[in-house]
Design a protein around this ligand. Structure first.
Ligand SMILES: Cc1ncc(C[n+]2csc(CCOP(=O)(O)OP(=O)(O)O)c2C)c(N)n1
Ligand SMILES: [Mg+2]
Length: 352
């Protein structure tokens, strides 16, 4: 562990004045696997923005420079542990073997994008802010009651910590000592609302104190610091010591989503700074310094990820068109007449 800015945990140095730290227990093959995960997520994200511009997927929530938080946290889990993501972590299932086409289909609004959570131990993506937190806590508590050895990881944003669902989830987690990791990706923006307008708390980790939960802060662009912090939290949870709140600090370096124009509110210089020090390149340079990566390996990892994306979009586009009537199903056992009328109207238009 290195001394870092304030109380932020950091492992990766800058190859210059700040020396590299090291995480015990990671072999070269683990480092390479973690790098592959980062590159897969980065490639997914960058291609998705292109696919959006080409009209091949719908509005898309960009996670450029969030990859270290997602891959680092998931790397600390066992496959039997569950992940409860938000829209920002839409592609996190890829790290559990979910097909690329499934995630792309989700963004295409196609039912092939619905997966069985029990197949990958990845819950459905929650778009209503913070709603995945009580799901994760309830799941973790239930698992513990059943005597299972499973931890739940839930990821959410800085803005989510202002929601009632966060309060309810964190309260329950603390009281029930649920084996859950509350992972907050603090990218310092909730669409156009900056962190300082979001909360008067000095840090988000401070909020954990009120729930009787340990809170810690890591550099969210340092994949090794994220991994190590999450591994500690997972060990605590497995030992029956309950939840941990992790605040991973970054800065949103891309628009909130493809429908957003941040130029009207964001600090362009700060974004530029973040983009230069983005998390995948930071880890890549670290791995070169410790002799795990070279040009050839970098090229082949990137080419593999790109190939998976090409296959994924082809498979998603090869799906037969969905039945629009599905929009009206699975909510009511006995749909109200007004809804049935709307469905019939939609189908009349659809059939032309
Ligand atoms: C309950 C609810 N209220 C409002 C919204 C609209 N909304 C979508 S994203 C967002 C900002 C969330 O910010 P944060 O929690 O920091 O996550 P980030 O998008 O930065 O990952 C809001 C308010 C929503 N999806 N759900
Ligand atoms: Mg945010």
């Amino acid at each position: 562990m290195l001394p870092a800015e304030g109380d932020l945990r950091r492992v990766i140095g800058d190859g210059d004045a700040i020396p590299d730290g090291e995480v015990a227990g990671l072999a070269p093959k683990d480092h390479l696997a973690l790098y592959q995960h980062l590159v897969l997520l980065r490639t997914y994200d960058e291609r998705s923005v292109v696919y959006h511009r080409q009209g091949r997927i719908g509005t898309y929530a960009i996670f450029w420079n969030h990859e270290a938080m997602q891959a680092g946290a998931v790397f600390a889990l066992e496959d039997r542990d569950w992940i409860f993501p938000a829209y920002r972590e839409s592609a996190i299932g890829l790290l559990r073997g979910m097909p690329v086409s499934t995630v792309l289909s989700w963004w295409r609004g196609h039912p092939a994008g619905w997966w069985n959570p029990a197949e990958f131990n990845v819950a459905s993506i929650c778009v209503p802010i913070a709603t995945q937190i009580p799901h994760a806590v309830g799941f973790a508590w239930g698992s513990a009651l059943k005597g299972e050895d499973r931890v739940a990881l839930t990821l959410f944003g800085d803005g989510a910590t202002s929601e009632g669902a966060f309060h309810e989830g964190a309260t329950f987690a603390g009281v029930m000592k649920a084996p859950v990791v509350l992972f907050c990706n603090n990218n310092q923006w909730a669409i156009s609302t900056p962190l300082w307008q979001q909360t008067a708390a000095p840090t988000l980790a401070d909020k954990a104190i009120g729930y009787g939960i340990p809170g810690l802060r890591v550099d969210g662009c340092d994949v090794l610091a994220v991994y190590e912090a999450t591994r500690d939290a997972v060990l605590r949870a497995r030992a029956g010591d309950g939840p941990t709140f992790i605040e991973a600090v970054s800065y949103r370096a891309a628009p909130h989503a493809t429908a957003d124009d941040p130029s009207v509110y964001i600090d362009a210089d700060r974004v530029e700074e973040e983009r230069e020090n983005e998390c995948v390149g930071r880890y890549e340079r670290y791995l070169r310094r410790i002799g795990v990566l070279d040009d050839e390996l970098v090229e082949s990892v990137k080419a593999d990820a790109l190939e998976r994306m090409r296959e994924g979009i082809a498979a998603a586009e090869a799906e037969p068109p969905a039945d629009p009537a599905l929009v009206f199903e699975h909510a009511y056992a006995d749909p109200p007449p007004s809804l049935l009328a709307e469905r019939d109207e939609l189908m009349r238009i659809h059939r032309g």
